[in-house]
Design a protein around this ligand. Structure first.
Ligand code: UT7
Length: 363
């Protein structure tokens, strides 16, 4: 029996050596960085533009201030430029240069152009070789989806160092009148990046579990409808501008509905990731939820029975920066020493689509 086992295992190893090697490859975060514009917009600043107040915004969302690019229509300060600033910090932290990057995954709902995506612009701005650049369109879950793509490429042995970015500029496309106040007070600008790298270390460090989900029947519960094949294109704006209404042009959100789904999906996805990795909620050192609303994060924390020091929130300072919110929060948690080597961390997001998912890793 032993001879047969020895013969078969050697035969398999001989025929498929790459499978055995790749089985050992894991993705680890080698570097991280973020960028937020200097321009701080407080709740009081917003109350000068629309009928709102600090009390309402703080009580319903936890947000005290957010960052907006200085000039709302500044064509120099674009999403790709924000991403470049975050990426340069991540490269420095990783001790790598742009030439070491094999692939870019760029998550954003606010690209520089309708097409091409911002990934190629980042490739150019950083001076990377002619590597592939993939754009991910999964809104608030964009960074989690982007990490999953990068992780799969690394585990398959295709790439070694992948730049994963979430970057957003919301301030150029929000309705700052009373009609838009339910949405425009929430969102902010910023960018965050990580370098995901291959390792064959046998310790537990690296990405342990991922899950991704969607429920497209709720697409219009949180969407920008215009600029697509359903509601119209530039042509419509030019030929029948009266048919293009404000609720097509600006983000539209059924806030209560989104809230209810979010507080169910966040814990579900977090538990799914923990179960897959054979871990329990008490094993978690840090939970970094997408910064949608402080009330959502607190609700999830309570449901999961997590103590305050195991949930990271910075929405108070930046608002909801959609695809950028998780990487910015991760960077701050690392810089503040709240995530340390060997910690078990879960990144969980929920947002427009609806889409949701988690990435569980050991730092
Ligand atoms: O990023 C991922 C996806 N997004 C989310 O997860 C967001 C989920 N939803 C939410 O966070 C909350 O639903 C909001 C913060 C957006 C809204 O909070 P809410 O408690 O659901 O408020 P509401 O929409 O039910 O509005 C309550 C009232 C309304 O007035 P009436 O009709 O009761 O007289 C609104 O007109 O508050 C009014 N209101 C405001 N008042 C002052 C809405 N926006 C504002 C505002 N300032 N900015």
């Amino acid at each position: 029996a032993f001879c047969l086992y020895y013969y078969v295992s050697n035969k398999i190893l001989f025929l498929y050596p790459q499978n055995f090697k790749n089985f050992m490859i894991k993705s680890v975060i080698k570097g991280y960085g973020y960028y937020v514009p200097e321009n701080v917009v407080t709740n009081d600043d917003l109350s000068k533009l629309m009928t709102t107040n600090d009390e309402w915004i703080t009580e319903r969302t936890g947000i005290k201030e957010r960052r907006h690019r200085k000039n709302r229509n500044d064509s120099e300060e674009t999403t790709a430029v924000f991403a470049k600033r975050a990426s340069e910090k991540a490269l420095e932290k990783a001790g790598l240069t742009a030439k070491d990057i094999d692939f870019i995954v760029f998550a954003t709902l606010s690209p520089d152009y309708y097409f091409p995506g911002s990934g190629v612009l980042l490739q150019d701005l950083l001076g990377c070789d002619t590597i592939g650049a993939l754009d991910v369109r999964n809104q608030c879950s964009g960074f989690v989806y982007a990490m999953s793509v990068a992780d799969a490429f690394i585990k398959s042995g295709t790439y070694k160092n992948i730049l994963v970015v979430g970057a957003e500029i919301h301030s150029f496309g929000l309705d700052f009148s009373d009609e838009g106040r339910g949405v425009s007070v929430i969102f902010g600008d910023g960018a965050g990046a990580v370098i995901l790298s291959a390792t064959e270390d046998e310790n537990e460090e690296g990405i342990l579990a991922i899950n991704l989900h969607s429920e497209g029947k709720y697409a219009e519960e949180l969407a920008v409808k215009f600029g697509g094949t359903k509601y119209g294109w530039s042509d419509r704006l030019l030929t029948e501008p009266e048919a293009v209404t404000k609720d097509m042009l600006y983000p539209l959100m059924n806030g209560n509905f989104v809230f209810k789904h979010a507080v169910t999906r966040f814990p579900e996805s977090l538990m799914e990731a923990l179960n897959k990795a054979g871990k329990k909620p008490e094993d978690l050192d840090m939970f970094i939820p997408h910064q949608a609303n402080l009330r959502i994060s607190q609700f999830v924390q309570q449901k999961m029975g997590l103590p305050d020091d195991k949930v990271y929130n910075n929405i108070q300072k930046y608002g909801n920066t959609t695809a950028a919110s998780i990487p910015i929060a991760l960077c701050e948690a690392l810089d503040e020493g709240k995530v340390k080597k060997g910690d078990l961390v879960c990144l969980t997001a929920f947002g427009s689509g609806f889409t949701w998912g988690s990435v569980l890793f050991k730092y």
